[in-house]
Design a protein around this ligand. Structure first.
Ligand code: PDD
Length: 287
C-alpha cells in the first residue's frame, strides 16, 4: 500500500502528491524542514521540535500553522492514516515559500507556502547489543554561518557526506577554525576520562533535540556532560565519540581518519547514556 502524505491541506497517496516546478523550494531551496521521531504513536519532544521549526520559519520569513495543537492534529492524522500507531517512525515536515508566476529572487507577496508532511517507518537499535558503530573522517566545515536554521539547502551537507562515502566510511565530523561543529546530519559528542563533551549551541550548529535531551539528562545528574568547545586534537584523543540525531539516536563512532577511537569498541559511557535515553523514551511510550 502506498504511504499517505499530507500536501497543502490534503491527504494523498505518495504518487499523487505533486508540486509545481515553479515552487521556490525546487528553484532556490527556499524553505525549511523538521524531522520528528514518533515512538509507538507518541510524538517525541513535540514542543521542542515545533519551537525549533518556528525559529527556522521566523528566520526565513515564512509562516504557516500558528498553534502547536494544530500541528499535533496533523501529526496524529498522518500516523492514523498510515496505520503506524504501534510503530516507530519519523515525521518529515517541509515548508517552502510556494510557487509564484515568475522566477525572481525577491520574496513574493501574496503566495501561499507549500506544506508537505510524510511519515517514514524507522527501525531504531533499541537493544544495545544490536547497535552498530560507524567510521568517520574529519573535514573542514564549509557550510554557511546560519546552521541553526534547518534549511532544505543541504547541498554542502550532501557533498560532505559523499566525500566520506567515497573514502569508504559512513560520515564526517566537521571542523571550523580548529573546533568541532557537528556531523553532516547529526550533532557530535566526545568522551574523555568519563566526562561527556559537546560543542555549545552557536550559529555554526543545528541545536539538535536529541543533543539537548542528553544535555538535560546530564543536568539531572545521570552523568557529567559539559557544553564546551572541542578542539580537533581532542577528537583524535577521545575515549569515545558519538553522533546524535532523531533518526539515529546515539550512534557510536569507533574509527576516525583510519584510527580507532579508544580501543575501537563501543565505550561504557555510551551504554550508560543510552540506558537513560531509552528509559526516557519508555516513559513517553507508557504515558
Ligand atoms: N538531521 N545537525 C544537523 C546538521 C542535522 O541535520 C541534524 C538532524 C542534527 C540533529 O538534530 P536532531 O537531534 O534534532 O535530529 C544536527 C535530521 C535527522 C535530518 O536531516 O534528517
Amino acid at each position: 500500500m502506498s504511504p499517505i502524505v499530507y500536501l497543502n491541506g490534503e491527504y494523498l497517496p505518495l504518487e499523487e502528491a505533486k508540486v509545481s516546478v515553479m515552487d521556490r523550494g525546487f528553484l532556490f531551496g527556499d524553505g525549511v524542514y523538521e524531522v520528528i521521531p514518533v515512538y509507538q504513536g507518541k510524538v517525541f519532544r513535540a514542543k521542542e521540535h515545533l519551537q525549533r521549526l518556528e525559529r527556522s520559519l521566523a528566520e526565513t520569513k515564512l509562516s504557516v500553522i500558528q498553534k502547536e495543537e494544530d500541528w499535533i492534529i496533523l501529526f496524529e492524522e498522518m500516523i492514523r492514516r498510515n496505520s503506524l500507531e504501534t510503530q516507530d517512525l519519523s515525521l518529515y515536515i517541509q515548508i517552502t515559500r510556494g510557487a509564484p508566476e515568475k522566477r525572481d529572487l525577491s520574496i513574493p507577496v501574496g503566495i501561499s507556502p507549500t506544506l508537505f508532511i510524510m511519515a517514514t517507518p524507522v527501525i531504531y537499535a533499541v537493544e544495545a547489543t544490536e547497535v552498530k558503530s560507524i567510521r568517520a573522517i574529519t573535514l573542514p566545515d564549509n557550510r554557511w554561518t546560519r546552521c541553526y536554521i534547518k534549511s532544505i539547502c543541504l547541498l554542502p551537507n550532501v557533498l560532505l557526506k559523499q566525500k566520506a562515502l567515497e573514502q569508504g566510511v559512513e560520515d564526517v565530523v566537521l571542523v571550523r577554525d580548529g573546533y568541532l561543529t557537528e556531523s553532516s546530519s547529526a550533532n557530535v559528542f566526545t568522551v574523555k576520562d568519563g566526562v561527556l563533551y559537546t560543542p555549545p549551541k552557536s550559529d555554526f550548529i543545528l541545536g539538535g533535540i536529541t543533543r539537548d535531551l542528553i544535555v538535560e539528562l546530564g543536568e539531572q545528574g545521570a552523568f557529567d556532560c559539559r557544553e564546551q568547545e572541542i578542539p580537533e586534537m581532542e577528537l583524535l584523543q577521545a575515549d569515545e565519540v558519538w553522533i546524535t540525531s532523531s533518526t539515529r539516536e546515539i550512534m557510536p563512532v569507533t574509527e576516525i581518519n583510519g584510527k580507532l577511537v579508544g580501543d575501537g569498541n563501543i565505550g561504557p559511557l555510551w551504554y550508560h547514556v543510552t540506558k537513560h535515553f531509552q528509559a526516557y523514551k519508555a516513559k513517553l511510550i507508557a504515558n
